[in-house]
Design a protein around this ligand. Structure first.
Ligand code: SF4
Length: 84
């Protein structure tokens, strides 16, 4: 019965989990692999979400994300402190 609401009073869709909350700089719906930007839709929960929010099901977007890039750099790096 008790709907969760955004600070502005808008109702948060029931489909969204309890862990749905305000996101942070690194993780938020707008950079989540489930987010459909054109309609602000979450394909994981099947509900409209806010770009700046976040839930525990967050996953990185596939392809070309900064996470992938830094991971490959770490894998091939390690030359600091190496031979000279
Ligand atoms: S899975 Fe969670 S973090 Fe990702 S778009 Fe949906 S509500 Fe946002």
């Amino acid at each position: 019965m008790s709907h969760k609401t955004y600070p502005n009073g808008e109702i948060i869709p029931d489909q969204l989990p309890n862990a749905y909350r305000v996101g942070n700089a690194n993780k938020k719906c707008s950079n989540c692999g489930f987010f459909v930007a054109v309609s602000s839709y979450c394909s994981k929960w099947g509900a409209i979400v806010k770009a700046g929010y976040l839930c525990n099901a967050w996953k990185p977007m596939e392809g070309g994300s900064s996470n992938v890039r830094s991971a490959s750099r770490a894998a091939s790096g390690g030359s600091y402190g190496g031979g000279y």
